[in-house]
Design a protein around this ligand. Structure first.
Ligand SMILES: Cc1cc2nc3c(=O)[nH]c(=O)nc-3n(C[C@H](O)[C@H](O)[C@H](O)COP(=O)(O)O)c2cc1C
Length: 196
C-alpha cells in the first residue's frame, strides 16, 4: 500500500496538552488548554503558545503579558479536556475542576498547584500568524513538584504520569525506549577491564 497525499494541515503529533493559567488586569483568573505549544529556545529559555484571538483567555494574555504553563498528567486529564472545551466566559474553571491557585514567584498569574511542573512566562512578542496568534515568551521561573525529586537530587519527571495529545486523543506516555544519546553509546560486552 502507498501513501495518501493530503492538503496542507496540522499533523505534527504527539504534542503536549498543557493547561495555561492566565489573568486579566482586574485579577480574574482563567485556564485554557493549549496544544499548539513548544519550546523555542534553550538560552534564553523561551516558549511559545498559539491562541485564537476569539478565546476568552486571549485578551487576558494580551492585557497582562503573562501566563503560566502547567504540565498535565493522568490525574489532570479530565480537567485538561474540560478547560479546552468550556470557556471562562461561562464558568470558573478553577472552581469547577477543584484546582488550587498557588502564588507564582515572578508573575501575577496563579500556578495550578495540582500540576507537577509550572512554567512562569512573560510575553516578549505576539505574532499574528492567521487563525492563531503566537505568543513568544521568556521563561521567568520553573516550579517542580518535590514528590518527583529522587534521593540523588534528580527530578524524575517521567514518574509524573504525563499525558500527551495526538490527533484528537489523549494518551499516557508509554514504554521507555532509550535515553538521550543511546544510539551512539558503546555496548557493554560484559568483559571486565584488566588492570594494568
Ligand atoms: C486538547 C486541546 C488543545 C487545544 N489547543 C488549543 C490551542 O493550542 N490554541 C487555542 O487557541 N485553543 C486550543 N484549544 C481550545 C481552547 O482550549 C478552548 O476553546 C477553550 O474553551 C478556550 O477557553 P477560554 O474561552 O476560557 O479562553 C484546545 C482544546 C483542547 C481540548
Amino acid at each position: 500500500m502507498g501513501k495518501q497525499t493530503w492538503k496542507p494541515g496540522n499533523m505534527l503529533y504527539p504534542l503536549p496538552a498543557v493547561m495555561v493559567s492566565v489573568s486579566d488586569r482586574e485579577g480574574n483568573d482563567n485556564i485554557i488548554t493549549v496544544a499548539w505549544a513548544g519550546t523555542v529556545c534553550t538560552n534564553p529559555p523561551m516558549v511559545s503558545i498559539s491562541v485564537r484571538p476569539e478565546r476568552y483567555s486571549y485578551h487576558m494574555i494580551k492585557e497582562t503579558g503573562e501566563f503560566v504553563i502547567n504540565l498535565t498528567n493522568k490525574k489532570l486529564a479530565f480537567a485538561t479536556d474540560y478547560c479546552g472545551v468550556k470557556s471562562g466566559r461561562e464558568v470558573d474553571k478553577f472552581k469547577e475542576m477543584h484546582l488550587t491557585k498557588e502564588q507564582a514567584e515572578k508573575v501575577k498569574v496563579p500556578l495550578i498547584k495540582e500540576s507537577p511542573v509550572n512554567i512562569e512566562c512573560q510575553v516578549r512578542e505576539c505574532k499574528e500568524l492567521g487563525s492563531h496568534h503566537m505568543f513568544l515568551a521568556d521563561v521567568l521561573a520553573v516550579h517542580v513538584d518535590e514528590a518527583y525529586m529522587k534521593e540523588n537530587g534528580k527530578f524524575d519527571l517521567n514518574a509524573a504520569d504525563l499525558i500527551t495529545y495526538s490527533h484528537g486523543e489523549y494518551f499516557l506516555l508509554g514504554e521507555k525506549l532509550g535515553k538521550f544519546g543511546y544510539s551512539i553509546e558503546k555496548k557493554k560486552t560484559g568483559k571486565k577491564k584488566r588492570k594494568k
